[in-house]
Design a protein around this ligand. Structure first.
Ligand code: FUB
Ligand code: ZN
Length: 664
């Protein structure tokens, strides 16, 4: 068996990080207290009967009726995963009671099947078509997706509370899939909606790291075989595009489900964007878990393809409404689909790529998707949701209260629940500060405890942060602090003295002995940036997008006398404090015709009633000679060389976006 990837970064324990950020603290508080309950209530009353009815019907042995689409089991398990991560931080007893009640329903329904199979839709509506056989469709039935989500829920809830009832369901689900799927004589089935690949790896990791837990579960009579779960992930990855019978499947998956060729041959991101990005997340995770380069190489090829040709300025993916899929290369329309779920999956994939490859490039993309494709999903009041996140609107786009396919709120909760896991990473005798986000890490290096706090972090509005180390004894290690791609001039003071640490992979590296009270004060200039798209992107020809810090901006008609398509020249742009559902910064200026214009952060759009909105604005000439280069353009593709060549900052080769600073 191969060893895990040498040098892969590790995440701190979820409970070791506390978010104290002024911006994110407010967002998370709203999500924990309003959005979580809104989502729970809407699922529980969905179509009047509510989602839990499905599990009860299975327990009662009824058939012929099901609430919601076939992936409803998966969606409620995704909610449980997100909620579990929140419980780990808040200890919220009402949420614990809720998950315990859900666990009873899930376990009761699963116990109806001697093999631990659970898919309420198939059991209630298509009992003879398990796994898409006998004329069924795995694309529609979502069995591996649903069971994968159950496995993740069990792992996250165990990690949050130490409770094992849902973890037992997770192990049974994994055992069921291992019993059915695999080399002959088992069935040659690969997930038609990815998710389960990473889920079984998480179960493998938990049970390998905690042999006593595995043993305790075994003593209850449960089969616990972590190696099987790793083998299943490998089987799935190795049989993409070649599993037998695939051509004779009634609903052949092909590109839509990334099943068109072997993973080693996949080099262009195609098909359904959520399925794709979750597959690539599992791919990178499997590469890290096994150290097998073929998985990492495939993930890297696909990463370059996406970031160099298919990534929207918001960090969103999946340009095409039909089939919720990727378009052709450079096909980046502004009325694109850009599903929230796909943005979440993009963030997860970026996180795995960062673990494997360490570069700040991946965090730049993660952060961009987070602020500009995922956060916009949620209304300011915390109870309405965007499924699609287009970059232009004629006024007809609005967040909905609920949806026939409410897949985005659970995915949104999953990312928001584990956001803190991305702030820091551990390397070999190294600590990475990835996200500038007010927080405290209770860390440990070489068995010695320390605390690292980001204090007074003023992002995304202002570019200041203070990082403070405390420990009872000095500790020598390399502190890597990310220089965000969007920052202009930066200053670092170490205990009040200016320093210019060396840069590595987009991080300042301060390799020294750290003493109690040591402090780094950072000032990041946050210029307003005009971003141009690659000339192959027809939709944005002659246009620029405005960014400042991690935030993408847009024009809404409410601020601009009904006009959202002004012509810009090289007149200076300014920033102005404003109150928009809390403190915010607007970008202000004048159009070429002298009309006042005001741009607001894109994540806040459509909170003041429906109206026209635009991100890409007409520019009457080259935006200016103050080129900041690709790094500043939200970090997209900034460090990504094409064809293994070093990317030049001049010219367009290999980059999707290029940034300019408007004249002050
Ligand atoms: O298929 C389950 C979910 O529903 C997908 O992830 C979304 O894109 C929506 O199709
Ligand atoms: Zn969705």
């Amino acid at each position: 068996m191969q060893e895990a990837l040498q040098g892969a970064l590790r995440r701190p324990d979820h409970k070791a990080v506390r978010v104290t950020d002024a911006f994110w603290g407010g967002q998370l508080n709203k999500i924990h207290t309003v959005t979580v309950w809104d989502v729970i209530n809407k699922f529980e009353h969905d179509q009047e009967k509510g989602i839990l009815q499905n599990f009860e019907w299975v327990m009662q042995g009824k058939t012929g009726e099901h609430v919601g689409p076939p992936w409803y089991d998966g969606l409620i398990c995704e909610v449980i995963r997100g909620v579990s991560d929140i419980i780990a931080v808040t200890g919220d007893q009402k949420l614990i009671d809720k998950v315990d009640a859900y666990t009873q329903a899930i376990a009761g329904a699963q116990d109806m099947d001697p093999d631990g199979y659970l898919n309420t839709y198939v059991t209630l509506m298509r009992p003879d078509k398990r796994w898409g056989q006998n004329g069924g469709s795995l694309i529609w039935q979502h069995e591996t997706y649903d069971m994968g989500a159950l496995i993740e829920a069990g792992v996250h809830y165990y990690r949050a509370t130490g409770k094992t009832a849902l973890l037992v369901c997770a192990v049974k689900a994994a055992n069921c899939m291992c019993g059915v799927i695999g080399p002959e004589p088992r069935k040659n089935i690969v997930p038609a909606h990815s998710l389960a690949e990473e889920a079984v790896l998480k179960l493998y990791r938990l049970l390998s790291d905690e042999p006593a837990l595995a043993e305790t579960l075994r003593q209850t009579g449960l089969k616990v075989c972590p190696q099987d779960y790793l083998d299943l992930a490998r089987f799935w990855m190795d049989h993409r595009g070649v599993h037998h019978n695939r051509a004779s499947m009634p609903h052949y998956m092909g590109e839509y489900a990334q099943d068109h060729c072997r993973i080693e041959e996949q080099s262009e991101a195609v098909g359904h964007a959520v399925r794709a990005a979750l597959l690539y997340t599992g791919l990178a995770a499997l590469g890290i878990e096994t150290g097998d380069r073929k998985y990492l190489d495939a993930s890297m090829r696909l990463w370059k393809n996406v970031t160099l040709t298919k990534l929207h300025i918001s960090g969103g993916i999946g340009a095409i409404h039909n089939e919720e899929r990727f378009g052709y290369q450079y096909d980046l329309p502004n009325d694109a689909y850009l599903e929230t779920c796909a943005g979440v999956a993009m963030a997860f994939w970026s996180g795995e790529m960062h673990r494997a490859y360490h570069s700040a490039e991946y965090i730049d993309v993660l952060e961009c998707a987070l602020y500009n494709n995922v956060l916009p999903c949620l209304s300011a009041d915390g109870t309405h949701y965007f499924y699609e996140n287009p970059l232009i609107s004629d006024g007809s786009v609005e967040r909905w209260s609920w949806h026939g396919c409410p897949c985005c709120p659970p995915m949104f909760l999953k990312l928001m629940g584990c956001l803190q896991d991305y702030i820091y990473s551990y390397g070999d005798n190294a600590l990475y500060v990835n996200l500038h986000m007010g927080s405290a890490l209770q860390g440990e290096m070489g068995g010695r405890p320390f605390t690292l706090e980001q204090k007074d972090c003023a992002l995304p509005w202002k570019g200041s942060n203070r990082i403070v180390f405390s420990a009872s004894a000095p500790l020598a290690f390399a502190l890597h602090i990310r220089k965000p791609a969007y920052s202009g001039a930066c200053t670092l003071l170490l205990n009040g003295e200016p320093v210019q640490p060396p840069m590595k992979e987009g991080y300042w590296v301060l390799d020294r002995q750290w003493n109690n009270g040591d402090e780094i004060a950072l000032t990041l200039e946050l210029p307003v940036i005009k971003v141009e798209a690659h000339p192959y992107v027809d939709a944005d020809a002659g246009r620029v997008a405005l960014m400042r810090g991690p935030l993408l901006y847009c024009l809404e008609e409410i601020d601009n006398a009904g006009q959202v398509d002004p012509l810009l020249d090289n007149s200076p742009l300014a920033v102005e404090e404003m109150d928009l559902f809390g403190p915010a910064m607007a970008i202000t200026g004048r159009s070429a015709q002298g009309e006042a214009l005001r741009a607001v952060p894109y994540y806040l759009w459509c909170n003041r009633g429906p109206g026209k909105m635009a991100v890409w604005l007409r520019q009457d000439a080259q935006p200016g000679e103050n080129a900041l280069g690709a790094q500043a353009a939200a970090g997209f593709a900034a460090h990504a060389p094409q064809n293994n060549q070093t990317a030049s900052l001049d010219g367009w080769e290999g980059r999707l976006y290029r940034a300019y600073r408007p004249k002050a």
